[in-house]
Ligand binder design. Structure first.
Ligand SMILES: *Cc1c(COP(=O)(O)O)cnc(C)c1O
Length: 501
């Protein structure tokens, strides 16, 4: 069962928690009891494939889903039509004790797919299990990556429609193409004249407009979001920590029970928190290493116990980690404080009111037992991409390079040479310009249109272009609505009117 981090008395099933996304008191849903596993259970995973491992892990959390329901969701999500590697989340060997867990083999070439491919199926099942009659309309404002991953996941899922708004001038040409070529009878993509803030504010206003929402309800629609705080996005991320460990066992790099460290490029703290759940359940993890870019709010928190969002926002080469408020951290606070929901409410109020809060020494100690944190700037990020390419012929995207750099510093500063798994969150082709800057001969640097850069990167690296990105060049455009930010609600009404039934 699931409860809120802020202490309201609602105790809900997983399906109900996934349907609602966020608790009524503003808190996040957390499991009331964390399942525990032992070595025997872990050994069993070795001979299973990714889908079977997902079934074992998710089955411990989504206990109200029948075996068949869960299997159907998993089979629909992790297919080889959507993922370009049959292992789904393969582990690449770098040297005898350094490995890379590649989470970017899904349809949008970034790690969001690991959760957003299955969340729509879990949500669709949740609707039928809770006898929800309304049709759910997922609204998303995107600066690029999340929007496309959500579109891919929700396309053609029963009882759900999805509308994605993106700033006309705020996404890269590839990101725009990824969205406007999206197929699916229930998907709409709309460009907004303005920047990302205008677009996001527009969507927030729509969520908070009671008369608009009542109007929709009368027509049988209910708005929802595919936000990264939904439990249905977090639970699937626990799976790949177990899967990586099982792969390392299978290949003889580890003995059963031997500890590993994971280094995770972190933004909203979802990915790293999933690692925390895996560790708490009994997966032998010594340290979870948190890697940040110049937006180093989490480095300071995990190191000093002070969360301070009052700092300059930096636009970096690893944009998916450009975040000052890591929402999922609230779940960690819940577990670290042993469910002290009054304390959590106070901290969250302080964060709202004063822009910061500070946790006591005893909590900081238990945090530091589990986590280690550091950050790197863009210069160091590019240097790492160059270095690992030269040394290992491995092509790391900027997010992965941040983690790699931090993982190395951890080893230098602590002397802990435990087997390290670097969690890789994006394909280098998704950030082809930065990666090319780091690895190509400068004499070719006049090649800078998006598709030429894809080919160029493929040539320089000898890696093949992810099929979905290559296919964009010839994919037909099927969305061309453009609107002013004041017109967004009208556009929604129009879309829902046209797609009735
Ligand atoms: C979303 C994202 C991250 C950050 O993950 P969190 O779960 O928000 O910490 C890191 N890298 C990439 C490429 C992402 O898309």
């Amino acid at each position: 069962m699931y409860c809120s981090t802020r202490g309201s008395n609602d105790i809900l099933s997983a399906a109900e928690a996934i349907k609602r996304g966020i608790a009524a008191d503003g808190g996040l849903f957390v499991p009331t009891v964390l399942p525990k596993i032992d070595d025997k259970w872990l050994a069993k995973l070795v001979n299973l494939d990714y889908k079977e491992r997902a079934f074992e892990v998710l089955g411990l959390f989504l206990t109200d889903y029948s075996e068949e329901e869960l299997k159907n969701c998993i089979v629909a999500a992790y297919t080889t039509e959507k993922f370009d590697d049959a292992a789904i989340a393969p582990v690449a060997a770098i040297d005898h004790n350094t490995f890379v867990l590649e989470l970017w083999h899904g349809p949008t070439s970034a790690f969001k797919d690991m959760a957003l491919q299955i969340l729509p199926h879990l949500m669709s099942k949740a609707l039928s299990k809770t006898q929800e009659e309304a049709e759910i309309v997922i609204l998303t404002a995107t600066s690029g990556d999340t929007g496309k991953a959500a579109l891919e996941g929700f396309a053609n899922v029963d009882q759900i429609k999805i509308i994605v708004f993106y700033p006309e001038e705020g996404v890269s040409p590839i990101q725009r193409l990824q969205m406007v070529t999206q197929q699916g009878g229930n998907v709409s993509v709309v460009a907004v004249r303005g920047n990302f803030d205008d677009t996001q504010t527009g969507v927030k206003n729509i969520f908070n407009d009671p008369s608009f929402n009542e109007n929709l309800a009368a027509k049988g629609f209910q708005l929802s979001s595919a936000n990264s705080i939904n439990w249905g996005r977090l639970a699937p991320q626990i799976v790949y920590y177990f899967s990586a460990y099982a792969d390392l066992l299978a290949k003889g790099h580890l003995q059963l029970g031997e500890a590993v460290n994971f280094v995770v490029p972190t933004g909203n703290f979802g990915n790293l928190l999933a690692g925390y759940y895996a560790k708490t359940m009994g997966l032998p993890i010594r340290k979870l290493i948190c890697a940040s870019n110049s937006n180093n709010v989490l480095t300071e928190f995990l190191d000093q116990g002070i969360y301070n969002k009052l700092r300059t926002f930096h636009k970096t080469l690893s944009p998916s980690m450009d975040i000052l408020i890591s929402s999922n951290l609230e779940r960690l606070l819940y577990h670290i404080t042993n469910a002290d929901t009054v304390q959590i409410k106070n901290w969250m109020e302080e964060l709202n009111r004063n822009g910061q809060y500070c946790v006591d020494e005893r909590y900081l100690e238990s945090i530091k037992d589990i986590f280690w944190a550091d950050w790197v700037d863009d210069v160091k990020t590019l240097e790492k991409i160059t270095e690992v390419f030269k040394k290992y012929q491995y092509v790391a995207d900027p997010h992965t390079a941040v983690a790699w750099q931090v993982g190395e510093r951890y080893r230098q500063q602590t002397g802990d040479m435990t087997l390290q798994v670097i969690v890789s969150t994006a394909s280098p082709f998704k950030f082809n310009e930065s990666v090319l800057d780091a690895i190509r001969d400068s004499k070719n640097s006049d090649i800078n249109d998006e598709f030429s850069m894809l080919y160029e990167l493929s040539q320089v690296s000898c890696w093949s272009i992810p099929p979905a990105l290559a296919a964009l060049e010839k994919a037909p455009v099927c969305h061309n609505i453009v609107c002013d930010k004041e017109e967004m609600s009208l556009v929604i009404n129009d879309i829902l009117e046209k797609n009735k039934g």
